[in-house]
Ligand binder design. Structure first.
Ligand SMILES: Cc1cc2nc3c(=O)[nH]c(=O)nc-3n(C[C@H](O)[C@H](O)[C@H](O)COP(=O)(O)OP(=O)(O)OC[C@H]3O[C@@H](n4cnc5c(N)ncnc54)[C@H](O)[C@@H]3O)c2cc1C
Length: 452
């Protein structure tokens, strides 16, 4: 990770960059659009089976959400619809470094949701039951046990929900390492290669048209993160999706008792592999209002209601940018995806100031610690804060994996395994039936169970 001196945001680099081949393949068994953890993990699972896979990334691997997130790998607090996939993801994470022969910074350092009041602590009871049903080690800790986890800061909390088997990994390492592993198994990882659209024959997918030419294929996965909705719009597929502006900072290496992940209303914090901490605000979500906010307002009402206290709306350049983005384009001309290679929002100074203040109040031992870097990322969310992973029936051969809603990094490897099964017709053992896009259109109640 390097610092971009011009705007002080993260500019990811690879330790060992994977050069994009000069020529793209004429054909592939499967083409994946999007080089985040979801697309890359899927490519890795497919390439391991000898399937000819090409992955198109408009910018660079993990340039957007997958390289900018907090790095939490947690089962705790998840919606039951995605929990089995997350438990499988944990299995993948545990064996990942030995499988691919690279360090991804994965460690099971535990995850705490701390509660300031007893009532809040009692509110974890429902999820403890879910954890028990799924065989997880989640429990409530208080007093001396909490103090052993977080040091003297423990006195401000009534207690915490704790999953010792949860953990973290380093976002700037994990997805690039997986991409190299996929490439070593024969996947074509094509960076600076935007997918402009699809070609069909007899209604079925026949090719992906990229800025560097067409790749013939009969199977395409759209794992385009915050861009999925835009990619699908010219195809006549509505994907309800909104963005939240997340702000993050990292400290220089620092001494403190906390060695895992902790979340409460003031901070989201986790220990880093380099000895510092990755820190964010625990209860402040910024949503830049865009035309999509109005287009999908009704579907997002339950989520907006749930996040009412934490959500701040703003109208700025994002509104105009989306307003001016065409909903259709010619496949032989520059597309909106090439015009914005890496979605790189600036961190909001007022939020960064609040994060620093909250860090000092919550962990006085970290007050005054050097802030090494600040950055921001656009979190894409679905109306019920659970991903969409499904075939698109009206275009046979076209599949969607998006909407990971602020918690797709941890589940990414498990999602990759499940998606590879979906694309090849093999049974991955992970049930995806509740993650279909149609749930937002067939009258099913939209009920977010976890938060963004
Ligand atoms: C600030 C922040 C904190 C977060 N914290 C956590 C956390 O602690 N734990 C956790 O589990 N999750 C977390 N998340 C969420 C997590 O990062 C995402 O859910 C996950 O990375 C999504 O992965 P993805 O592959 O679906 O999307 P992305 O990583 O966004 O990748 C999509 C890629 O598709 C590319 N693309 C788009 N359109 C095209 C096109 N037409 N052609 C070619 N390429 C295209 C984009 O350039 C992008 O690289 C956080 C996210 C943010 C922003």
């Amino acid at each position: 990770m390097t610092r971009d001196a011009a705007n002080n945001t993260v500019s990811q680099t690879w330790d060992r960059p994977l050069a994009s081949p000069g020529k793209i393949p004429d054909s592939a068994d499967i083409v994946i659009i999007g080089g985040g953890i979801v697309g890359v993990s899927t490519a890795w699972f497919l390439a391991r089976q000898g399937i000819r896979v090409a992955l198109c990334e408009k910018g660079h691997i993990a340039g957007e959400q997958s390289g900018r997130n907090w790095g939490w790998v947690r089962q705790q607090g998840r919606d039951v619809r995605e929990l089995p996939m997350m438990i499988e993801s944990m299995n993948v994470w545990r064996g990942l470094e030995s499988e691919i022969g690279e360090d991804v910074g994965f460690i099971q350092g535990g995850c705490l949701f701390a509660a300031r009041r007893q009532k809040e602590l009692d509110g974890f009871a429902d999820w403890l039951e879910i954890a028990r049903e799924h065989g997880l080690d989640t429990r409530i800790i208080t007093g001396k046990e909490l103090e052993r986890q977080v040091g003297p800061a423990a006195s401000q909390w009534a207690g915490a929900m704790f999953t010792a088997s949860d953990g973290r990994a380093e976002p700037h390492k994990a997805t690039p390492a997986l991409a190299r592993a996929a490439a070593s198994k024969g996947a074509s990882i094509l960076t600076a290669c935007a997918a402009r659209g699809l070609e069909t024959e007899g209604g079925r997918v026949s090719a992906v048209v990229t800025e560097r030419g067409a790749i013939r294929t009969s199977v395409v996965l759209c794992a385009a993160g915050a861009w999925s909705s835009l990619f699908c719009r010219p195809l006549g597929i509505a994907v309800p999706q909104l963005k939240v502006h997340g702000n993050v900072l990292r400290t220089a290496p620092a001494r403190a008792t906390l060695n895992g992940n902790l979340f409460d209303s003031k901070v989201g914090i986790r220990r880093r592999q380099d000895g510092g901490f990755t820190v964010a605000h625990g209860s402040l979500l910024l949503h830049p209002v865009t035309p999509s906010t109005f287009r999908y307002a009704f579907k997002f009402l339950p989520a907006l209601r749930q996040e009412f206290k934490t959500l701040r709306l703003s109208i700025g350049k994002e509104f105009l940018e989306e307003f001016c983005t065409p909903s259709r384009w010619a496949l032989d001309a520059v597309s909106p995806f090439e015009k914005n290679r890496v979605l790189n929002p600036r961190p909001a100074p007022s939020v960064i100031a609040k994060i620093k203040a909250n860090l000092a109040v919550t962990f006085p031992e970290l007050a005054g610690v050097e802030i090494a870097e600040t950055w921001a990322g656009m979190v894409e969310t679905s109306p019920d804060v659970v991903p969409v992973i499904c075939p698109i029936d009206r275009i046979p051969g076209f599949y969607l994996a998006t909407g990971f809603s602020g918690h797709g990094f941890g589940i990414g490897p498990g999602a990759g395994k499940a998606i590879a099964g979906m694309l090849t017709g093999a049974d991955s053992g992970i049930d995806l039936s509740q993650l279909r896009l149609e749930r937002f259109f067939d009258g099913s109640p939209i009920r977010p169970q976890s938060s963004i």
